[in-house]
Write a protein that binds this ligand. Structure first.
Ligand SMILES: [Zn+2]
Length: 234
């Protein structure tokens, strides 16, 4: 009888241990999954086109989406989950009318809150009609957000390497909704200037969009590598 009791006790302990290991693995997998989600935000959309190309009239919103989709592919290939705030030309504001910009931005915020990402990358195009020679990518982060600054610097470095006009830019702080709406490291990436004739044309080519997206992806991955201690295939 005593032997039987010991036998059942041993079986029970084994089962308990196995369940513990299983639960730990499940939790670790869930955490890893959550840590490695990045929200990719294509700025504007719908009737909000953003800025228009001075030479060709191209919509900023279209270039933003094209680059975000390429960025999604690169990050997915490196094992990072991505959630897009918009994946079509449509805006997020619902009915056109009063308060649509505010509604649009609130939905972007809700998406970030829902997925609890490790980073947010908002993609835009720049404009500076006062001086059409300005070109190159430029990344903004929220003042005093240390990790946001690290993410911005990692992406900026890659954007400078990608730009053929070699007009290197530096990161800047910015007071924008997409930076202020979350505590997660969040950056606004202005990929180039739609007021610079050459860059405006370049930004409309699949090849250069892929180069820019690849640069942003490399920046994000090097930030994630530091944050998580993991290495990512690039
Ligand atoms: Zn914009």
């Amino acid at each position: 009888m005593k032997r039987k009791w010991k036998f059942f006790l041993a079986i029970g302990l084994c089962l308990l241990f196995s369940c513990g290991v299983f639960l730990c693995r499940l939790t670790a997998a869930a955490n890893a999954q959550r840590r490695l989600t990045v929200v990719l935000d294509a700025g504007h959309g719908g009737i909000d086109c953003g800025v228009l190309g001075l030479s060709t009239g191209v919509k900023e919103s279209d270039i933003n989406l094209a680059i975000v989709k390429k960025l999604r592919t690169f990050l997915r290939e490196s094992g990072v989950n991505t959630v897009l705030t918009r994946s079509t030309d449509a805006g997020l504001y619902g009915v056109v009318g009063n308060g649509m910009k505010k509604r649009d931005m609130q939905i972007r915020k809700q998406i970030i809150e829902k997925v609890s990402p490790v980073a947010v990358v908002s993609v835009h195009q720049n404009s500076y009609p006062q001086n059409r020679s300005h070109c190159g990518g430029q990344v903004f982060y929220r003042a005093d957000h240390e990790k946001g600054e690290l993410l911005a610097a990692a992406i900026q470095k890659q954007l400078n390497a990608v730009n053929p006009f070699r007009q290197d830019r530096t990161i800047h702080t910015g007071d924008y909704f997409m930076l202020n709406c979350t505590e997660v490291p969040s950056v606004i990436v202005e990929c180039g200037f739609l007021t610079n004739e050459k860059e405006e044309k370049l930004l409309q080519t699949e090849e250069y969009q892929a180069q820019v997206a690849g640069g942003i992806a490399q920046g994000v991955l090097s930030f994630l590598a530091v944050e998580t201690g993991k290495t990512f295939p690039i």
